[in-house]
Design a protein around this ligand. Sequence first.
Ligand SMILES: [Zn+2]
Length: 357
Amino acid sequence: MENPLTPEVLADPVALTRALVDIESVSRDEKEIADCVEEVLRNVPHLTVARHSNTIMARTDLGRAQRVVLAGHLDTVPLNNNFPSTVQGDLIYGCGTSDMKSGVAYALHLAVSVPEPRYDVTYFFYEAEEIESRYNGLTLVAQAHPEWLTADFAVLLEPTHGVVEAGCQGTMRAIVSATGRRAHSARSWNGVNAIHGIGGALNRLAGYQARMVTIDGCVYREGMNAVRISGGVAGNVVPDLCEMEVNYRFAPDRTAEEAEAHVREVFDGYLVRVTDSAPGALPGLTAAPAREFLTAVGADPIGKLGWTDVSRFAALGIPALNFGPGDPNLAHAPDEHVEIGKIRDGAATLHRWLASH
Ligand SMILES: [Zn+2]
């Protein structure tokens, strides 16, 4: 097959977005797109290229004082009658237009067209971001070639609609339970009703004042919610157990341990069992490349509320943020699209940041 990523296409981030969208690459089926990207990069004299599975790494080695990562995932969610791409006015429609082949187009366009960036750059085009973490290309690279990830700052080109989203919130799930004593409901005074017992915990949640935390100018709004509740034995039995699952989304100034302590404090007197937790990531916008990036964008960052691969870099001590042209609300939607104007604006911003000295 002829590689559709021709020099003319690579020179234009809009044409490149379309060409990438038109190479089908649902998670676990990224070989073809990875082959095309690898072939392009191997022909670029200023880059060193390596591959692990269907993840391609390309880097400059100019001896700059700082190194930044630009990363985008090659995979998409399953197609939904939205392949190949179509154009209507200023919009490109199709699977992966927003999440995130328009972002991948930035990285690939910059990789071939900026031979002397102001920092050394490591570009990642990685597989399997949309499915379980164990398949994620960055997970595999961290295990097999951790040295590839060395950097001072990372930009993930995920959809943010052209704004900078920094850091991310942590998430924790816990089971809060009330216990009682079973009895026949005809003689309920012999028992203790555990479902009634959970009422106090629900009241605490209903009255809970979630924090708003500002870090490096980014606002993170926390939330604590009951997401499931279960209890009951039979229609004539006073139940002896009621369990409520709580999800706490916490700002990145709290560690997972501090978040757990807080949940235990809120539900003091109840049994609390943490079932799952992932720490957040501080925005880390004080690093020089991050400040220079924000200057190039010329707008204030906002806090990222979901969990993304930004946390993966934060866990390695590398400040990271999200910046991409797509609208995150359209990611994974059947009418997924991206604005051509936003692609051009963001590409100009990244050029201003990376190519200027
Ligand atoms: Zn994505």
